[in-house]
Ligand binder design. Structure first.
Ligand SMILES: Cc1cc2nc3c(=O)[nH]c(=O)nc-3n(C[C@H](O)[C@H](O)[C@H](O)COP(=O)(O)OP(=O)(O)OC[C@H]3O[C@@H](n4cnc5c(N)ncnc54)[C@H](O)[C@@H]3O)c2cc1C
Length: 502
């Protein structure tokens, strides 16, 4: 190749590279919330949001199964800055509409590039920049970006496919097997016998949503899950509305009430688990009646809150069971048959459609191949700074929300921290910040990302070895404690030795 041809290629490659101060990965509830905070707190910062899908919403765009709804209230799952005015448990469509308003009201759309799936991210200590290579999902063309700081809002599970365990003889089944994460548009459940495998929030939502239309729906679970029942309404919000209190105030007051009550509930799960268990099971028993076998089907072996507790609005799942349109089977799958599922007990479940509501594949940092100065980065070799930064990884923050409180509460806390950190770096003239263990941390035991005694859902247990390590000090762990972090985060000393600037 002659020199001018080489120069032309290099020039066109350079033209194709766009630079931004910040690159946000993902236009889900975290990415949009982070972008909002950035525009308010550091308005002169240039930024882009790269999103692999065709629109915003993340989780609420990906999941399209019948009945898809939140399982936590939208006063706290919604943003602090935009009042939620509907019933607390919201459908995916309502959440998308709310996010759409946030994008429109704050002119965030111009910052989002849809259909850009990021494949690699490489840090160079020479330029103090991240180079991000994405693929345009419509044309397959590459797109290159550079950024000073990466803000990872890519969620925690793989959007392209859900988790389905391997069972014997699935290929023999004559009907359809579907995962709720990839719900086919053409799937008609009307008049069909449906078996839903699983009993988490997805199954608990799907079963009542289709029970009226199916011939019968069976929720097949290996082991029971805890549920909380209640009205899909907040009385205090209704009262304040009657008094014509402003929606901004209602949002804030109701957020505080919910957070206060959740804190009390979480503490009670630890201090008096048996009493809480009795109350939770009592709620179910009140709907399905005293003769129903609660001990087998709704009494988990673990204490409440060790896994997320799904909220069942208006007890719809349990009314479906009571009416006989839905039933629960607690057993293990022996194998699939032509007509359905044979259970270990010998019972056979006939089905036209089998739905595998069996969870997610954990996805660490968006399936992006990271390198630092040419060396591949394995996040399992790092230690997390408060569940949002990683030792040895420069200029990067990750939004990983709460399990026991709404995810979005942490989006705001992390955003406040990141904006403060960026302003601090500007003030110091620093181009790079890397978390590092301090001398006093060097003998600290390194543990798994989360204590399985504390919280142990299957998708985390399966892939915990892929996640960054946790230390035994508060700085080096994601505490999952909103009530502590809401005071700790704003007080983080940015000149702590855990941050190395250059
Ligand atoms: C069915 C369901 C119900 C839930 N209900 C609740 C609830 O009620 N309350 C609660 O607190 N939590 C709930 N959760 C957890 C939920 O995922 C989070 O609360 C929240 O939606 C996560 O938002 P996020 O923006 O961080 O991530 P996501 O919603 O996962 O969005 C991440 C976005 O990043 C994009 N992305 C990822 N990798 C790349 C890449 N390499 N390149 C480009 N783009 C990329 C994805 O396409 C996606 O759009 C629920 C989860 C599910 C699956």
């Amino acid at each position: 190749m002659n020199i001018s041809a080489a120069r032309a290629i290099s020039a066109s490659a350079q033209q194709a590279t766009e630079h931004f101060d910040i690159l946000i990965v993902g236009a889900g509830i975290s990415g949009i919330g982070s972008a909002y905070q950035l525009t308010k707190q550091l308005p002169d910062t240039s930024f882009v949001i790269l999103e692999g899908q065709e629109s915003f919403g993340g989780t609420w765009l990906t999941h399209r199964y019948p009945g898809i709804r939140s399982d936590s209230d939208l006063h706290t799952f919604g943003y602090s800055f935009k009042p939620w005015v509907g019933p607390p448990i919201a459908t995916a469509a309502e959440i998308l509409a709310y996010m759409g308003e946030v994008i429109a009201e704050n002119d965030l759309g111009k910052h989002i590039r849809y259909g850009h799936r990021i494949e690699t991210a490489s840090w160079s200590s020479d330029s103090n920049l991240w180079t991000i290579d994405a693929v345009r999902t419509d044309s397959g063309e590459p797109a290159r970006f550079t950024a000073n700081f990466l803000w990872m809002c890519q969620g925690y599970y793989r959007h392209s496919e859900g988790f389905t365990p391997e069972w014997p003889d699935t290929e023999k089944f004559k009907g359809r097997i579907v995962h709720p994460q990839c719900w086919p548009d053409d799937l008609a459940v009307d008049g069909k016998k449906v078996v839903v495998i699983g009993s988490g929030a997805t199954a608990a939502t799907l079963v009542p949503a289709i029970a009226d239309r199916c011939a019968h729906v069976t929720m097949l679970q290996r082991s029971p899950t805890y549920f909380r029942l209640g009205r899909n309404a907040i009385e205090l919000a209704e009262q304040l509305r009657q008094l014509q209190v402003k929606e901004e105030w209602i949002h804030e007051i109701v957020r505080r009430k919910i957070l206060f009550e959740q804190d009390v509930f979480t503490k009670r799960c630890i201090s008096e688990p048996e009493q809480v268990k009795k109350e939770l099971l009592g709620q179910i028993s009140a709907v399905v009646g005293p003769d129903y076998d609660i001990a087998t089907h709704f009494t988990p072996s673990y204490r409440p809150w060790r896994q997320r507790i799904a909220f069942v609005p208006e007890a719809d799942l349990f009314h479906g069971i009571k009416s006989g349109k839905a039933s629960v089977v607690t057993d293990e799958i022996d194998r699939f048959t032509e007509a359905g599922i044979l259970l270990k007990s010998g019972e056979a479940l006939e089905a036209d459609i089998i739905v595998t509501a069996t969870g997610f594949n954990l996805c660490i940092l968006g399936d992006i191949a990271f390198t630092i100065d040419g060396a591949p980065l394995d996040f399992a070799d790092t230690v997390t700074y408060r569940g949002m930064m990683f030792t040895g990884v420069p200029n990067m923050a990750w939004v990983f929300g709460y399990f026991r409180a709404s995810w979005t509460l942490r989006t705001d806390l992390v955003a406040e921290f990141v904006c403060r950190m960026l302003a601090h770096m500007k003030e110091k003239g620093a181009k790079k910040v890397v978390p590092a263990l301090r001398p006093e941390d060097h003998n600290m035991p390194l543990l798994s990302w989360i204590d399985p005694e504390n919280f142990n859902p299957n998708y985390l247990m399966r892939d915990m070895h892929l996640l960054p390590k946790r230390g035994d000090k508060v700085e080096w762990q994601h505490s999952q404690d909103y009530w502590a972090e809401k005071d700790q985060f704003p007080a983080i000393d940015l000149d702590d030795k855990a941050f190395v600037y250059s």
